[in-house]
Design a binder for this molecule. Structure first.
Ligand SMILES: Cc1ncc(COP(=O)(O)O)c(C=O)c1O
Length: 466
């Protein structure tokens, strides 16, 4: 595979806040989910300097507050945050010389709390058990703190119009410019709703053919609110940080969203673990949620559709939670069993066909065998498997100095190992390969082989756990 390095324009900046945005767009390998008919593009928001998409709104909200005189030199930035907005605001406050106080629910990952502290922010923990509107709820604590502390500006991402505006002016146009093959669907999670509102406004105004799909964890009130305009009883709590909610905030814009997809916590976790293992893209659980929703869309879309997915933050924020098996066990989060719908076809290298015609000269088989490391080579006569090419016999002929090149392949037959169909589930290869060094694969229009070495490599590539 050829790896092309794209040139990052103007990669030199005079200020850390100038490095926010212009995040890479990376294609999801087709092998990640062969049943997905669309091409999926991943917008790596964890490449922002503060490590998440929230750097964009932190910068925009803060600069607007300064421009409008709401925040003066020596003042304090105060915010209620589930972490990432806090990191963005702590970074921007440190860079611009403001104090920063963050009210964070006590169930948020230790990494996020340690990060904002490292950036010089004060942290006030609020009980995650407090319901919306309760004086102890993190949003209310932040509001109170900002009112009490002189010189404070409450960022209030939940109602601040500059939250969606950062995406309308930044994320949306940037994504559109990057999608040179066109764009049919954008998928994003919903925390405050700012990302979806900003993207929705941009695409609706400038490229209304692009559909906006929201991903919501089970237990969140958003999907129900979008469908019915009313708030349901909050469901079970989930552990996908940063998305879903038990209330709907001011920035949430119902009108721009074309579809809501509800994804289970287990599916979000499974998807993001597999993403790390199969593609090397290390993202947080909310990225798994958005990607799982995008794959659902992609399975139902016409072939060739282009889907972009927002990956809000990095897996390194969740080493002590979503990526820690002990934490997952303690919190009843399903272990990430990797049991996708892969077939034997998905285990084969490209191109899948690997066989020789019975009447072809042995020289052809010799050529195929030294060109590809795969073994054994099926010999096919009239569309039927006659056996596999006998390499030991070929070597014997060579050693004896016999003429072998022109003799047809059906004179070099050896019994074939077991045959499996290409559309069978990948798992069926495991017991066969336990007892045989290789097997033959029967595709609809081709024959191939799969040996232990290639199978093990494919299991690792696809994140399959035999
Ligand atoms: C990890 C993560 N993903 C997704 C989101 C959703 O972003 P928004 O608030 O724009 O809806 C957030 C917001 O906090 C987040 O922290």
């Amino acid at each position: 595979m050829k790896v092309q390095r794209a040139r990052r324009e103007e990669a030199q900046y005079h200020h850390i806040l100038d490095a926010v945005g212009q995040t890479p767009l990376v294609r999801l390998p087709k092998s990640f989910d062969p049943s997905c008919r669309a091409t999926i593009w991943l917008k790596l928001e964890f490449m922002n300097p503060g490590g998440s998409i929230k750097d964009r709104i932190a910068r925009h909200m803060l600069l607007q507050a300064i421009a409008q005189g709401q925040l003066r030199p020596g003042g304090w930035v105060v915010e209620s945050t589930s972490g990432n907005t806090g990191v963005g605001l702590a970074m921007a406050s440190a860079a611009l010389g403001y104090g920063c106080v963050l009210v964070i629910p006590d169930n948020i990952s230790a990494e996020k709390i340690a990060t904002v502290k490292a950036l010089g922010a004060e942290v006030v923990l609020a009980s995650s058990a407090a319901p919306p509107g309760d004086p102890g709820h993190y949003k209310e604590v932040g509001r109170r703190l900002a009112a009490e502390r002189p010189g404070s500006w409450w960022a209030n991402q939940f109602e601040n119009p500059f939250n969606p505006e950062a995406h309308e002016r930044g994320t949306g146009p940037e994504l559109w410019a990057q999608c040179r093959q066109g764009l049919d669907i954008v998928v994003a999670g919903c925390g405050t709703g700012g990302t979806l509102a900003g993207l929705g406004r941009f695409f609706n105004q400038h490229h209304p053919q692009v559909r906006l799909v929201a991903a919501d964890p089970e237990g969140s009130v958003y999907a129900h609110f979008w469908r019915h305009g009313t708030l349901p009883e909050p469901g079970n709590r989930h552990h996908v940080e940063g998305v879903g909610g038990d209330q709907v905030h001011g920035v949430f814009a119902r009108e721009w969203i074309d579809q809501f997809r509800t994804i289970s916590e287990a599916e979000a976790m499974r998807t993001v673990h597999r993403l790390a293992k199969c593609t090397g893209i290390f993202a947080g659980a909310s990225s798994g949620l958005a990607l799982a929703a995008a794959l659902e869309e992609g399975r139902e879309s016409p072939p060739g559709s282009q889907i972009a997915v927002i990956l809000p933050d990095s897996g390194s924020r969740y080493l002590s939670s979503a990526y820690d098996p002990d934490w997952r066990a303690a919190h009843g989060v399903d272990p990430p069993s990797c049991e996708p719908s892969a077939t034997i076809r998905d285990l084969l290298a490209e191109p899948p066909a690997f066989s020789v015609d019975a009447k072809a000269p042995a020289e052809t088989a010799y050529f195929l065998l030294h060109r590809r490391s795969l073994r054994p080579l099926p010999v096919i006569g009239d569309g039927r498997l006659l056996g596999v090419f006998d390499e030991a016999e070929l070597l014997a002929a060579m050693a004896d100095g016999r003429d072998w090149q022109a003799t047809p392949c059906d004179q070099w037959l050896q019994a074939a190992p077991p045959v499996l169909a290409a559309e069978d589930a990948w798992r069926q290869t495991v017991p066969v390969l336990q007892h045989h060094p290789a097997l033959v694969v029967a595709g609809e229009t081709y024959w191939s082989a799969l040996d232990r070495r290639h199978a093990l490599r494919a299991f690792a590539r696809l994140g399959l756990r035999p």
